[in-house]
Design a binder for this molecule. Structure first.
Ligand code: M6R
Length: 612
């Protein structure tokens, strides 16, 4: 969580910092702040504001002192230690105000350091863990360069963090540190940048240099030096990103989330084009050292929406390939991993590639000797360096905090992985594989049909239910994870309480909640459990619940059963999750938009959860 950004060069530092922070605001928006060095007085200047970036921008209008600065650091905060108030906003400074620090992450031993520093006469203004850092660095500055002082200070810090340091005494350099929290350096011509995430850089440069964990960077306008924590100089190459700045704009949509919902057909087409040839042969390019032939089980690690994608993956891997598969909350696996088993493949699923729990769980699996595979749309992220191999889902960057297109892309990867394993382990015939691939190829057009012909209807229905207090979602089999995902989407962006149950479980307790005020959304797609779900829906109807079905409009039984239908085309049950999730995303989106909520940046959430 939190976003940090920095610039040195000939441009207006404030412009670069604000533009970068705008792209990083998805990481937290409790407060924002920046520090620059005045080119005239050579003083360090700082400005901070509680709340969203707009508040900082308004303050900057009344405070032109930063406007000529050519060097600076900025921060957007997701509060961990200390309330979201201005005095806790970053940057934090040392006692003289000559040195400023921004941080993303947590300094776990900050309390002990604070006690020691107070004893040495340092005064603290905030309740944050970060504030110890500028004080600590200033202790080490006596007789040392800024780089060396930062290196010595970092040696005292425990936790996972990325930090950036600006000092009035070193007005031509920025020092950055990466320790288990993301940080990337952007390379320009006579100018350089850094940020927690590449979208903040892409308007200025697509050439990046990755800092590894345990490294310190010294950035000047003409170059970058990288050192490890022992002070040894490190060699580092550059990477060129294939993105363009337009990809991180809203492109006429009211919200990023809506744009990303509409990008889903393209995401599936891109995934199929990348991994499947015209003869319906799949090639994921999986490394031979993953030794997939002798796998006896798979463990999947993920959080949130990625965890829901993993549940669909488990269904596919077990039902179509017969490999025992467990899906673990990464945060639980870290402290209660299952017993070590030979021939285990551990798959980490994460859209951001930076979720602290997922990375730590995957690292644990690696340390136990398991083979590891990552599934992500951000192969350049931390999971790309951690897993033995990563599969790029081809979804590209997602900005809306509520995951949509990245979920569908993760699902597609699980279908392809299942089919590839099914082929190599001979659990699926070539014909069966071809039939499923042909079905996958139909999905983009089917999603387009939902978006084109049903969105207005779904929007109207969403308005009717926008005052609901609670909503129950039901699904069975391969669509139970979609019920979970529909409920999560609604909770996250509309703040309406929602719960999902396997439809058959409702009668074992949740049915007591039903009355005429409770909307129940049931996913009913023709297949193995269709009649069962319709019966469960009838049980809800008999208790006066308002029944909404995600179902094919063409089935008269569904039309008769449900009060309202979120329609989907008829599709093979095994492929249905990629379609059934679409109306649920739209339903949640239109409820939240109708309620006038901040769809892309819901309260208390952040796109990358980089703290434990
Ligand atoms: O980046 P990750 O996929 O690892 O993120 C996991 C969850 O934090 C994430 O899916 C979260 O639940 C989203 N806000 C879902 O919309």
């Amino acid at each position: 969580m939190c976003g940090i950004v920095g610039y040195i060069g000939d441009r207006s530092a404030v412009e670069v910092l604000i533009s970068g922070l705008r792209k990083l605001e998805y990481r937290g928006y409790d407060s924002a702040g920046l520090a620059t060095i005045s080119p005239n007085s050579k003083e360090l200047l700082r400005i901070r504001a509680k709340g969203k970036l707009n508040n900082l921008e308004k303050k900057l209008i009344d405070d032109p002192s930063h406007k000529d600065a050519k060097i600076g650091i900025g921060h957007t905060r997701w509060a961990t230690h200390g309330k979201p108030e201005e005095h806790n906003a970053h940057p934090h400074t040392n006692s003289t105000g000559s040195l400023a620090v921004v941080q993303n992450g947590i300094i776990e031993n900050y309390h002990a350091l604070r006690v020691d520093l107070k004893y040495l006469g340092h005064e603290f203004i905030s309740e944050t863990d970060t504030e110890v850092i500028p004080h600590l660095i200033s202790e080490f500055l006596r007789g040392n360069t800024l780089l060396e002082a930062v290196r010595l200070a970092v040696g005292k810090l425990q936790g996972a963090f990325a930090i950036a340091v600006l000092s009035a005494d070193y007005p031509d350099e920025l020092i950055v540190v990466r320790q288990q929290a993301p940080l990337v350096i952007g390379i320009g011509k006579n100018e350089n940048f850094f940020a927690s995430d590449t979208p903040a850089l892409i308007s200025y440069t697509n050439v990046i240099m990755a800092l590894e964990n345990g490294e310190i960077g010294r950035i000047t306008r003409s170059g970058v030096e990288i050192y490890n924590f022992n002070g040894d100089r490190q060699k580092r190459g550059m990477q060129t990103l294939s993105w363009n700045p337009v990809m991180v704009e809203k492109q006429g949509f009211r919200h990023y989330m809506l744009k990303e919902i509409h990008e889903q057909p393209g995401v599936i087409r891109a995934g199929l084009a990348k991994f499947v040839n015209e003869k319906n042969e799949i090639n994921l390019g999986l490394d031979a050292k993953l030794n997939l032939q002798d796998l006896t089980n798979i463990q999947i690690l993920a959080c949130g929406t990625s965890w829901h994608a993993a549940l669909v993956g488990k269904y596919l891997l077990e039902q179509l390939v017969g490999i025992p598969t467990t899906v673990n909350y990464a945060s639980e696996y870290r402290y209660a991993a299952p017993p070590i088993m030979p021939n285990t493949l551990v798959i980490g699923v994460t859209q951001s590639g930076e979720t602290a729990d997922t990375l730590a769980a995957l690292e644990l699996a690696r340390s136990r000797g398991d083979r590891t595979l990552g599934i992500t749309n951000r192969p350049e992220s931390s999971i790309g360096r951690l897993a033995d191999q990563v599969l790029d889902t081809q979804a590209g960057i997602e900005i809306g905090v509520a995951a949509t297109k990245t979920f569908v892309a993760q699902l597609l990867m699980f279908y392809l992985l299942t089919l590839e394993l099914g082929k190599s382990r001979r659990s699926l015939t070539t014909e069966a594989i071809s039939t499923i691939i042909e079905g996958l190829r139909q999905l983009p057009a089917q999603i387009e049909r939902i978006l084109e012909s049903q969105e207005r209807y779904i929007e109207n229905l969403a308005h009717r239910f926008s005052h609901a207090r609670d909503v129950i979602y039901l699904g069975r089999g391969i669509n139970f994870p979609i019920a979970l995902e529909g409920a999560l989407k609604l909770k996250e962006i509309s703040y309406i309480h929602a719960e999902a149950y396997p439809a058959g479980e409702m009668k074992h307790g949740p049915i007591a909640l039903l009355d005429e005020n409770m909307p129940v959304i049931a996913i009913a797609t023709p297949g193995q459990v269709y009649e069962k779900v319709l019966s469960n829906a009838q049980e809800a109807k008999a208790r006066d619940a308002q029944l909404i079905g995600v179902a094919p409009m063409s089935d008269p039984v569904a039309v008769e059963t449900f009060d309202h239908i979120l329609p989907i085309p008829i599709v093979d049950e095994i492929l249905s999750p990629i379609l059934t999730v679409i109306p649920l995303q739209l339903f949640a989106y239109h409820i939240a938009a109708h309620r006038g909520l901040d769809v892309d940046q819901p309260r208390n959430l952040a796109k990358s959860v980089t703290v434990e």
